[in-house]
Design a protein around this ligand. Sequence first.
Ligand code: NAP
Ligand code: ZN
Length: 349
Amino acid sequence: MINAFGYAAPSPKAPLAPFTFTRREPGPGDVVIEILYAGICHSDIHQVRDEWGGATFPMVPGHEIAGRVTAVGSGVTRFAPGDLAGVGCMVDSCHVCSSCQEGLEQFCDDGPVWTYNSVERDKKTRTQGGYSNVIVVREDFVLKLPASLPLSHVAPLLCAGITTYSPLSRFGAGPGQDVGVVGLGGLGHMAIKFARSMGARVTVFSTSAAKEKDAATLGAHDFVLTRKAGWGAAVAGRFNLILDAVSGDHDLGPYLGALKRDGNLVLLGAPEKPLSVHSFMLISRRRNLTASLIGGIRETQKMLDYCGEQGIVSDVEVIPVEKVNEAYERTLAGDVRYRFVIDGATIRP
Ligand code: NAP
Ligand code: ZN
């Protein structure tokens, strides 16, 4: 066993507090990673608050992990001590089902092993996440990180990055395409950067007037303030693709109305409460309402390589781990520009 130290939520909605635990003894296929940076995703907050149900405690959250390899098992071929390494939302899957075979491990028939709040394939060891000093992960689920980019800004790519890159590439965002991004938070700001880099025309839909300038700096062409009543009329029928990265309750109607015929509204956000849809918003122009879940390991590596080539990183505010509860409150209040990242050097017993 490896001794580990992190910050855990002891029970639902409770503040995170220092927590000592153990990681499994590394096997021949495992990589041991010293965690240098861990991003704070809104999914961490949903799970700590048990908004999706079935959460288990104590819970060390964190699935945007950037670090350095300290040891490898005898069978590991792609990593050596000293290498940079990343870990995202998954640490294992069955490897044999059709989804795994297609590189879509997030849809594994046996359920992917999530980085935390999950159970390993031995069906008994609970996983714990990245707000900690060390993690042991099988080689197949460890990503290579671009050395040319600042590591603290790379960590959020492991979730916010892949979650937005994947649907943009799947739906062909590019020149001549109008792409909307709903919710300018961690996911939203990455969606703007990727969509712009792919050549699309990008519009941000936001409830925060104060973010208009940032949206332009991040690469958006247009900004629609969704607090103004009747805002939907001006953009009706304009968009090929809209990514919805909103973490709370909201009305999908105006976003469906903003799509062209056959346009796609892709839900990325996972609010606590169900969202409702009026059938005619889909029927009238044969619009599609769909969703996307992170991305497979191969695609995550492709995204990281793309970021290395294009110089794409997350805009971050690095915090010491002692400020994690404050960062949660600020994220819930929309006061994040645009991802909090915990400095691993502060996660020490
Ligand atoms: P975040 O940084 O907190 O950003 C969410 C943004 O949504 C806010 O900044 C705000 O933007 C907007 N918003 C929040 N509440 C709203 C409301 N009630 N009505 C309208 N707009 C609202 O969160 P995040 O980390 O980007 O995550 C966003 C969502 O995606 C979360 O639900 C998370 O669990 C989910 N997620 C899903 C996946 C996946 O694979 N599908 C992966 C990661 C995260 P404005 O100020 O611009 O309005
Ligand atoms: Zn996430």
